[in-house]
Design a protein around this ligand. Sequence first.
Ligand SMILES: C[S@@+](CC[C@H](N)C(=O)[O-])C[C@H]1O[C@@H](n2cnc3c(N)ncnc32)[C@H](O)[C@@H]1O
Length: 420
Amino acid sequence: MPAGTVPLTDEGIVSAVCDAYTDIAKKSVHTAYAEAAAEAFGYTAEQLSSVPAESYMGLSCGNPVAVASIKEGETVLDLGSGAGIDVLLAAQKVGPKGQAIGMDMSTDMIDRARKNASKQGYRPPQLTQPLPLETASVDCILSNCVVNLLPDAGKAALLKECYRVLKPGGRLVVDDIIAKKQLPNAIRSDFSAYIGCISGALQLEQYKALMKLAGFIDTLFVETGGDLKVYESAGPTCGGVPSSSPSPRCCAATTSVLPQTIIGNLNELAASYQIYARKVSSDNGAAEKSPLALVRWWDAYPKDHLTSGEVASLLRDPDRSDYAIIDVRENDRVGGHILRSIQWRADTFVGSLDMFYDEYGKTKQVIFYCGSSKGRGSRCAAWYQDYLNGKGNTESKACVLEGGYYGWRYPDLVDGASSL
Ligand SMILES: C[S@@+](CC[C@H](N)C(=O)[O-])C[C@H]1O[C@@H](n2cnc3c(N)ncnc32)[C@H](O)[C@@H]1O
């Protein structure tokens, strides 16, 4: 966990924040702390019992789902979804006809959220920049204690992106820390306090200005009254971090190397706020019919990609037998299929994972493809990899054939057709 000063460049800040939350993601949750933080920021016992305990790490500063009026069938985006608490709560509300998308820059946080999601039968995507989302495609955006972690230019850019991807009339519900006064330089430059969501906190007027710049009119800011001192009574660890180390107790840290004389009473320096805004309904650029939100939805299933050249080399190598090539197309299997590939139906793949694992659990590389490898191929690969992870199996690995069958240029390595 980093100590020291806040990096000087925006890239440095983002990368250091990512490293810090990756460290937190790798550690086990300190249950007593997480429960105290949950209580302080308004999660109900019913909410918490409806999601895996590991999805709540005590990193929040509010409970956006409670006020977001999320309805069945909606598309909801959770920015900086961490271990998944809010996106999983949102997923319950939107149901199978809706979409709850969690994004985070820390792949370890994503891994954690994926594990929690797979316990509930969901599979969350990962964040790339800019937001890989269609304009006017999202009904509701949530964010819980994340915006303050971005450099100021990033805050402004993110809020603009939120405005872009929201449908007309769509809503933004952000829980965040806001500084009550100009923070002393010693705090602003302290990286532990930054990771703890304090140093990067804007003052109310600054936040209002950024919301306006992004396009949001009539933003409501409500101080939630959450007691930030809960972070001071966190117990021996938080996110597995010993409190004796010069590191933050998760969000809203006070345990930096700064002396208490500088920090004083945290509730006097900053406060947790809920920020509520809507995109105006009469936006001319708005799409009439909402598109599928994720632009490249297969990004939700990031996996190792092999080029067709690499797969062709495998097929030509007489000494290699430690791989399998799986064709998950069904009715569109025109023109034959890649030599020695095995067909396994994508639509029943999840239900047959046990059987699939019995067959391929010891195979070093299991390479999936479909027509383009952007849909069923990458989805099945991700499901198989999740399954392997669940079993703790590192012997086998899921891969995707880049470009799929459409990109295959080796007619001599095709079964069942004379040409491609
Ligand atoms: C304080 S935690 C909150 C996690 C979650 N919202 C919750 O309430 O449990 C902040 C999260 O935001 C993520 N984050 C911070 N900056 C980010 C950025 N620029 N892009 C994407 N994720 C970011 C971190 O990786 C971390 O998971």
